[in-house]
Design a binder for this molecule. Structure first.
Ligand SMILES: [Cu+2]
Length: 732
């Protein structure tokens, strides 16, 4: 029983693995993390680790010849979890293991998270061992040697990839607070005493290629393997790194409005999400503008009841609003991150599933207080003309749906501008038509990366370029359009306060509906399949005040969650972007000068930017406009537009004009600091649409709308990138 801060304590020994494997150290003289997995440091690091671990045990036991055991999983007598590790009274026991893999359950050396019924599993394991041991080069076996300043990229040797990784996952507990703890994650693996026996077995295999398992002929092994195992390898060959908020350690949220307590009432036990019993027909969420009086009154009554609850009641409206604040303004760290990486659900692929789960529990809580099991929350149908105004019943001052912190100019008479720039109130173009074409532009993207956003790995923080199309616009723009023009744009215009406006829930319900619609569009777009995304999780209080952990994989199908959406027309479906009515004609008007960077965005910037020549290699490439080193303060409201082939003075332009390649909008969040990021805009179609394929350079214009004085732009370039192939993103 050594104190935890004794370097010999078990807690510290376990942390050694965490520190070396979860990026606690940088490489000396480099900004790159030091990592002992996925490269040739794997074997020597673990050997040295076990060497000192063993010496410490010898010392504490006062037995100089004590030796740690190896778990002989490469031979039939060792193909179960060793019994001595499974007695709950023993110091070798660990509660966080897969309960289904207790002895006499046979190990599957290529386990990928799914139980595969195979009566020949022992035979398979032996053949698999032979296959993994009989690779020919040191690189294939030990892994790739990486040079200082580089990160490991898929540099694992054969044994590390499998069975090493698979056994980690096989032992880890899928029911643990974090899916896969302890053995299934780098940060927690060393907490399981079995870890050391597992790695002791990995160790001798590095210098002993000739043992009983080699007796199989390699060709026979290759022919003998079913295709099934190949599939399992693809999903199970890396250790998991899903994102999970550390809800037991909620910090003060860092908001533009100051430090705020957005923490939920103290969370005790967390239970796992169980899908609801489905009643047919499904509950149908209505379009707000089509709700009848009874539905409106029920909604008002439900919100009213939540508003009357005690503030520290997890069902209270105030607490429901704080959920958004806590998850969006850095109240939680990512669990297991020793570098204190914050958990954030915006600007990455957690955006859609987080808000879906949030609304799911919100709706169930409302149902509970309304007393109607069929009650459904409405969606604000802003993607269709009848919904392009604030729903009138949210604007009655006596209603519980009213919020006085809204922009008074944007009352129910005002037509919404889906690409609202924060400045222009009235347009010279047809706003309805422009909104619809813009919706089409946002919805037609096919890859999950473009629509849902990028999947973050544990330890990463999101960048603006990780955002999906809908989140970027119109989602952000509508937040900005509804919020008041106070310093922090409360309520809807700042993440910490957004959910204090009852309209927030109708806004996000429409976003949720659009996710469903996107999945039914042509081109068969699909959700991400990356297990790190699927296993990421959030914690919410349910209608019975249980804290429930729900994983992204639980959120993919709304029918499984018991609801569908009222069907309404999709008038944007067949509309495209259109060329500007007054384009720049190069032969008639002079070129703008080339500008030197960095530049502050005090005013418009127009400059010529060279285009790299396309090598005629036949490989399909995208032309990408990159704004480099964009520096801004995330607590401020920023909006600027990016245009190509435009040189004239600022004009009122519809976002659906081809010349309009995108915008950058920041919704205030977090604490004052300076973020530097680069922004990418794919302009392949714009160039084709405008007939600029042959031009060697392009006129690029940046038009700041709000907050430009706080933005510095480091440079603009155009580069060619291989066309993004959606499927290859899954297992990187
Ligand atoms: Cu939002």
């Amino acid at each position: 029983m050594l104190p935890e801060d004794d370097p010999r304590s078990f807690a510290h020994q376990a942390k050694v693995h965490c520190a070396y494997c979860d990026d606690a150290y940088k490489q000396m003289d480099s900004t790159m993390d030091f990592q002992v997995h996925e490269n040739a440091l794997f074997f020597p690091f673990h050997r040295a680790y076990l060497y000192f671990f063993e010496r410490i045990l010898c010392h504490l036991l006062e037995k100089p010849d004590f030796a740690i055991p190896f778990w002989n999983w490469d031979a039939p007598p060792g193909m179960c979890m060793p019994k001595i590790y499974t007695k709950p009274s023993s110091s070798l026991y660990d509660e966080n293991r897969d309960k289904c893999h207790q002895p006499p359950k046979l190990l599957n050396l290529n386990y990928g998270g799914k139980e595969v019924k195979d009566p020949e599993i022992v035979d398979f394991n032996l053949r698999w061992m032979n296959d993994q041991m009989s690779v020919e080069t040191a690189k294939e076996f030990l892994g790739k040697v990486i040079k200082r300043g580089n990160g490991p990229e898929n540099g694992s040797g054969s044994i590390e990839t499998s069975p090493h990784n698979n056994i980690h996952i096989w032992v880890g507990d899928p029911e643990a607070t974090i899916h896969g703890e302890d053995m299934g994650h780098f940060y927690s693996a060393g907490r399981d005493p079995l870890f050391y026996a597992h790695h002791a077995n990995v160790d001798p295999s590095s210098n002993n290629g000739e043992d009983s398992v080699s007796k199989f002929d390699r060709r026979e092994v290759l022919f003998g393997l079913g295709g099934l195992y190949g599939v399992v390898t693809a999903t199970g060959s890396v250790l998991a790194a899903p994102l999970t908020p550390d809800v037991f350690n909620c910090d003060m949220a860092q908001t533009p409005g100051g430090i705020k307590n957005c923490c939920p009432p103290r969370i005790g036990k967390i239970i796992h999400f169980v899908p609801p019993k489905i009643q047919q027909p499904y509950v149908r969420r209505p379009a707000a503008h089509l709700m009848n009086q009874t539905q409106i009154e029920e909604l008002e009554r439900g919100i009213q009841k939540l508003k009357q609850l005690d503030e520290d009641d997890p069902h209270s409206f105030s607490h429901q609003a704080k959920i958004h604040c806590a998850y969006c303004d850095y109240a939680y760290n990512q669990l297991g991150s020793i570098t204190e990486t914050r958990f954030e659900v915006h600007s990455n692929a957690l955006f859609f599933p987080f808000h879906r789960a949030y609304l799911y529990f919100f709706e169930r809580i409302l149902r509970h207080y309304i007393g109607n099991p069929d009650f459904a929350i409405p969606f604000w149908n802003w993607d269709s003309p009848p919904g392009m105004h604030m729903p009138e019943f949210y604007n009655r001052p006596s209603s519980s749906l009213y919020d006085n912190l809204r922009d008074p100019r944007h009352d129910p008479h005002k037509l919404i501008d889906l690409n609202y720039n924060g400045k222009t109130e009235d347009h010279s173009f047809d706003v309805v038509d422009c909104n619809l074409r813009w919706m089409n532009d946002r919805m037609k993207v096919q890859s999950p990366r473009s629509f849902l956003g990028r999947v973050l790995k544990a330890g990463e923080t999101p960048k603006p370029s990780d955002m999906g199309t809908i989140e970027q616009s119109p989602h952000n723009n509508i937040h900005d359009w509804v919020g008041t023009k106070t310093p922090h744009f409360e309520d809807m215009g700042s993440f910490y306060s957004a959910a204090l406006d009852p309209l927030f829930y109708a806004h996000h319900t429409n976003i949720d509906r659009l996710w469903n619609i996107w999945k039914t569009l042509d081109g068969n777009p699909k959700d991400h399949t990356d297990p790190d995304w699927l296993n990421s999780s959030f914690v919410f209080y349910d209608e019975n005040k249980n804290a429930v952990r729900i994983e992204v994989s639980d959120c993919l199908d709304t029918e499984k969650l018991g609801y569908v959406y009222q069907e309404v027309p999709l008038p944007w479906l067949l509309l495209n972007k259109i060329p500007s009515p007054n384009p720049w004609i190069r032969t008639e008007e002079p070129e703008p000068p080339i500008i030197n960077f960095p530049q502050t965005l005090n005013s418009d910037i127009t400059t010529m930017v060279d285009r790299p020549e396309e090598a005629g290699s036949g490989e399909e490439v995208d032309v990408v406009l990159v704004l480099e080193d964009v520096e801004y303060d995330p607590t401020t409201r920023v909006h600027f537009d990016v245009l190509v082939n435009v040189v004239d003075e600022a004009q009122d332009r519809c976002a659906a004009f081809l010349e309009f390649v995108g915008s950058f909008k920041n919704i205030p969040h977090g604490l004052h600091h300076h973020d530097k990021t680069s922004l990418r805009f794919v302009i392949t179609e714009v160039i084709q649409g405008l007939g600029l394929e042959r031009d060697k350079n392009l006129a690029v214009k940046i038009e700041p709308m709000v907050g430009g004085e706080g933005v510095t732009l480091g440079g603009i370039k155009i580069q060619l990138e291989p066309v993004f192939v959606p499927l290859s993103s899954s297992f990187t």
